[in-house]
Design a protein around this ligand. Structure first.
Ligand code: TMP
Length: 215
């Protein structure tokens, strides 16, 4: 008889723009694979073909920018499609999903950042995901001024990145508050070190939350 499959786990990476999430998501996925876990590495917005189109509408500056409520609903449409097509099937077969941004980005950006009611945004996130929620959320915490310098070196700022330092400071405060409210799910990792140092800290956080996978 086949062994009982490892239950799927959803690990999300969160943080402001320029915190290095994408690089770290790839490194974390590789490390989990090396530990023998099936990993689906994905992102929001843009983790499905429909999501790619929604992402373009959301991040490209200019044109007819969405009003705040339209912006929220576009992120949620991306998420509903992504959970149904990618995340939920992976979890159902026992895979681990490493997702670059998820519900907490919406709570931070559209709630604290744009000023929408946090409880309403959270309830709509649950509607969009059908209740799928992260098992572990890794917050890559970075001083907004340092993050801005990193982004300046990269060029091609998207619509959110053009919001300025006060917006990024509201995000940091929101992530800090969310992390403090749910310490079982959240781990904060300082993102100001070099790539290897941050990756090691993230792995320690994963091992702390899921001792079995760390061996
Ligand atoms: P990315 O650059 O991390 O891929 O994300 C694109 C932008 O979308 C980023 O500035 C954060 C923003 N965002 C929201 O405002 N709300 C959300 O729900 C998500 C997932 C991302």
């Amino acid at each position: 008889m086949d062994p009982t499959p490892t239950p799927g786990r959803l690990i999300t990476l969160e943080g402001g723009d320029g915190a290095g999430k994408s690089t770290q998501a790839a490194l974390l996925a590789a490390r989990l694979r090396a530990a023998g876990v099936e990993v689906v590495e994905t992102r929001e917005p843009g983790g499905t073909p429909l999501g790619q189109e929604i992402r373009r509408l959301l991040v490209t500056p200019g044109g007819d920018p969405p009003v705040v409520r339209a912006e929220l609903l576009l992120y949620l449409a991306d998420r509903a499609q992504h959970v149904a097509r990618v995340v939920a099937p992976a979890l159902a077969r026992g895979a681990w999903v490493v997702c670059d941004r998820f519900v907490d980005s919406t709570i931070a950006y559209q709630g604290a950042g744009r000023g929408l009611d946090e409880a309403e945004v959270t309830a709509l996130c649950r509607l969009a995901t059908g209740g799928v929620w992260p098992d572990l959320t890794l917050w890559l915490a970075l001083d907004p001024a340092l993050a801005a310098r990193r982004r300046a070196g990269r060029g091609g700022a998207d619509r959110m990145e053009l919001e300025g330092i006060a917006f990024q400071e509201r995000l940091v405060a929101a992530f800090a508050r969310l992390a403090a409210a749910e310490p079982g799910r959240w781990r904060e990792v300082a993102a100001d070190g070099d790539v290897e140092t941050v990756a090691a800290k993230l792995w320690a956080a994963v091992a702390d939350r899921f001792p079995a996978v760390a061996g």
